[in-house]
Design a protein around this ligand. Structure first.
Ligand code: LLP
Length: 461
């Protein structure tokens, strides 16, 4: 739960003293409810923890908030005010950054398939770094920068081959996936160079490229710092080898994001300070061992800053209970039958695709009132025309939960609004930010009119 979330005397969930019923009254449901102070304090915590751990190594760390997790003008502004930079991965995200007035020097651009228009936009905005993902793209960036008579500041994204223990779809450092330049020496290059080394050699040779350094991102929702440390060690080894072989200096190293958060009580994330310390220890000792000056380190956390700042508020509609038979083969005990109640809410996979995409677990509580009814095993489901449209797979909710009650699902700040859709012609919910006991809309919810406006109507039938 975000800071400032409590239950009042009537048993109603409040945030900064604002009752959820009042939020529903004013903004409707479903609704993303975000604590601005929670977001800001987590942003600051990352910056402070990494600055402190790396102070004697490279004078501090540049923290780029990964906008893909959730971005709007308000959030971009808070990021800048807290002393962080912003990582973007599309022209659209750059447009939000520009609207928030973020300086190009404080922006990075990612993506495995940047369009020429996006590369041009990055150069128009004098971006601090374009993170290049492939040899093909390196050539394109070099050509575009050259045709403009400019130099592009570039980092190379490498795949260090570290296996991150997370869902396959969000693990990104193994070789056989779409991101990054392979560090393995088995590339198709005639001289037997790895794709990563080919890119270093090519980037160094282009007049229109300023090679800032190397980048990696090993995956997302990772708890153990070992993977980050191992990736840092591998990249530093490669950086040292490249500096020596090509007589260059690579002044920067970005170790990506991926720090996990708690969605349910079984998740055990580490505090930022602990991760920072573990990573700093490895960077310090590896640089000493290699005899190199440490590059300036940067990181790109998204989820760990925004994930816990937000809960989604839903209204309960239809309820039904089914008998679930668990066969002996699954339990080793005699066949068991138990009731499971389906609690339908007014959103679902269109505002939180994570359960259906990644099997992600969430929790939920009855938010609008107290209840002393016995807890009953429940499955919170959405209103979409798919049986996989599950919000919370298994949760105990009071037996008297009824239509009109409000449920709150915590931990929905990252990759929920960002991944939202209009499936079944549902309008995307709005996002409100709460600060000092007042709520304001930072992203307006869509209306039916918004949806119909894109349909060309009878004119083009
Ligand atoms: N840097 C790069 C290059 C990334 O690709 C990502 C996330 C991040 C930083 C931020 O990672 P974070 O700190 O937020 O874990 N939709 C998935 C997550 C996809 C992550 C994509 N890249 C989910 O909902 O779990």
């Amino acid at each position: 739960w975000a800071a400032g979330v409590e239950k009042n005397d009537a048993g109603e969930v409040t945030i900064d003293g604002l009752a959820v019923s009042a939020l529903k009254e004013q903004f409707g449901t479903p609704l993303f409810v975000m604590s601005e102070s929670d977001f800001r304090s987590r942003a600051r915590a990352f910056k402070d923890a990494f600055d402190e751990a790396f102070a004697d190594i490279c004078g501090g760390v540049d923290v780029y908030y990964a906008g893909k997790s959730f971005l709007c003008t308000a959030v971009a502004t808070w990021v800048a005010e807290e002393g962080l930079r912003l990582d973007t991965c599309s022209g659209g995200e750059l447009a939000v950054a520009a609207r928030a007035g973020i300086q190009g020097a404080n922006l990075g651009l990612h993506g495995n398939n940047k369009s020429d228009a996006e590369i041009n936009r990055a150069l128009d905005m004098s971006l601090g770094r374009i993170v290049v993902d492939s040899l093909d793209e390196l050539e394109r960036v070099a050509k575009i920068a050259s045709s403009r008579g400019e130099t592009a500041k570039v980092m190379l994204r490498l795949t260090p081959g570290v296996h991150a223990h997370t869902h396959e779809f969000i693990a990104t450092a193994h070789e056989d996936q779409k991101f990054g330049l392979s560090m393995a020496g088995d590339s198709t290059d005639e001289a037997g160079l790895s794709a990563a080394e080919e890119a270093v050699a090519a980037a160094t040779a282009y007049d229109s490229i300023e090679l800032l350094g190397l980048h990696c991102h090993i995956g997302s929702q990772i708890f153990e710092p070992d993977g980050f440390a191992l990736a840092a060690e591998k990249l530093l080894g490669f950086l040292a080898a490249m500096q020596a072989k090509y007589s260059i200096t690579l002044p920067e190293l970005d170790l990506g994001g991926g720090y996990g958060i708690a969605y349910t009580p079984v998740d055990t994330p580490r505090p930022a300070a602990e991760i920072a310390q573990a990573m700093a220890d490895v960077v310090r000792s590896t640089c000493a061992q290699l005899g190199i000056t440490a590059p300036r380190i940067s990181i790109e956390p998204g989820r760990a800053i925004v994930g816990s700042s937000t809960f989604t508020l839903y209204e309960v509609g239809t309820l039904k209970t089914v008998r679930v038979d668990v066969p002996e083969s699954e339990t080793g005990e005699k066949n068991v039958t138990y009731p499971r109640r389906y609690v339908s809410v007014d959103g679902g996979m269109s505002d939180n695709a994570r359960p259906v995409l990644y099997d992600a677990d969430y929790s939920a509580i009855l938010a609008s009132r107290d209840s002393t009814a016995v807890p009953q095993l429940s499955r919170v489901v959405g209103k979409h025309c798919e049986s996989g449209d599950i919000v919370v797979r298994d949760v105990y909710l009071p037996a008297d939960v009824a239509a009109g009650d409000l449920l709150a699902v915590p931990g929905t700040g990252a990759y929920c609004w960002a991944l939202s859709s209009n499936y079944n012609y549902l309008a995307r919910p709005g996002v409100v930010a709460v600060r000092d006991g007042a709520a304001r809309l930072i992203v307006r919810g869509e209306t039916e009119e918004d949806l119909l406006n894109r349909d060309m109507g009878v004119a083009n039938v």
